[in-house]
Ligand binder design. Structure first.
Ligand SMILES: C[S@@+](CC[C@H](N)C(=O)[O-])C[C@H]1O[C@@H](n2cnc3c(N)ncnc32)[C@H](O)[C@@H]1O
Length: 286
């Protein structure tokens, strides 16, 4: 059996192993995994009790898996997003910090009691975050992936019950606008969409490659679904509604073109935390 140990020593060893494996933030991941094993907040690690032998063994096994580049969030089963801790794992897209910028843009434009639609909802990050941070708001989350839907339902019951409803469907299904209007009691005031947008065959870091294929790829240039989404959004939202669509950093022009062709106005490009083009906003046709 592995001997127990002081958190400081366990952390130093783990951070060195993760760095050797080219994990992008080895110290942070070492801390988050140890906090998970010890059941304390990351900020309290310095004051934590020594790990028991069982805890040290569990930690060593998790560090091995992270060194093999399993996503951190698959190991802890949770991903932070805008103040939420969403359930995630293999089979659902892990929400990314860059999408929090899109969420914040949409949150500022959602009126109290507003009706939100999240197309391609995955874990429910956007729908739940928006519906639970705007007073009286409600959301419909649309997702078609069978595994993703399990996480979506679990997150809605745990974090968004009474505020978010789920539709299991392809976002391009012809009957979708009527189903959404039934659930929302009318058209949407705000629409958000983080669709699959990676060009087919693009090289990905091991962690991103662990996301489900249907959450990632969308045709040779990554725009297949985005080209279809404009008319869908126009059919489900009130005229002039604010809309945000995330995209591959090479595709801001492509999204602008697709939404312009669908009659959207006021289109604007937005950068992510690394300064790369990441989402386009605008208003539905009036
Ligand atoms: C990039 S992930 C985004 C998930 C979530 N919105 C987020 O930001 O974390 C895209 C999601 O769209 C779903 N999806 C892909 N094509 C779809 C379609 N045609 N209809 C509905 N959902 C779709 C995938 O299963 C995946 O969960």
């Amino acid at each position: 059996m592995t001997a127990g140990g002081r958190p400081t020593r366990l952390l130093a060893d783990a951070a060195a192993r993760l760095a050797d494996a080219d994990v992008p933030s080895p110290r942070v991941d070492a801390e988050l995994l140890l906090a998970y094993v010890l059941g304390v907040h990351r900020g309290r690690l310095a004051a934590a009790d020594d790990a028991t032998a069982e805890q040290a063994a569990e930690y060593a096994a998790l560090v091995d898996r992270r060194s093999a580049r399993e996503p951190l969030q698959h190991l802890t089963g949770r991903a932070p997003f805008g103040g939420l801790e969403l359930r995630v794992g293999p089979g659902v897209f892990v929400p990314r910090p860059e999408t929090e910028l899109l969420a914040e843009w949409a949150r500022r434009r959602t009126p109290d009691g507003g009706r939100i639609v999240d197309l391609c909802a995955g874990s429910g990050a956007l729908a739940i975050q928006l519906a639970t941070t705007v007073s009286g708001a409600t959301a419909v989350a649309v997702e078609r992936g069978q595994e993703a839907l399990k996480y979506l339902h679990a997150n809605v019951s745990e974090l968004g019950a009474g505020r978010v409803q789920v539709i299991a469907a392809d976002v391009t299904e012809p009957g979708l606008p009527a189903r959404i209007a039934d659930l929302l009691g009318g058209r949407a005031d705000v629409v958000v969409c983080n669709p699959p947008y990676v060009p087919d065959g693009a090289a990905l870091a091991p962690e991103a490659a662990a996301d489900p294929v249907e959450a990632l790829f969308s045709g040779p240039d990554g725009l297949d679904l985005i080209r279809e989404i404009g008319p869908v959004i126009a059919a489900i939202a009130v005229p002039g509604a604010p809309v945000a669509v995330e995209h591959d950093d090479a595709n801001a022009d492509g999204v602008m073109t697709a939404l312009t062709a669908a009659g959207f106005t006021g289109l604007r490009r937005h950068l992510d935390l690394a300064g790369r083009p990441r989402f386009v906003t605008g208003n539905t046709p009036r």
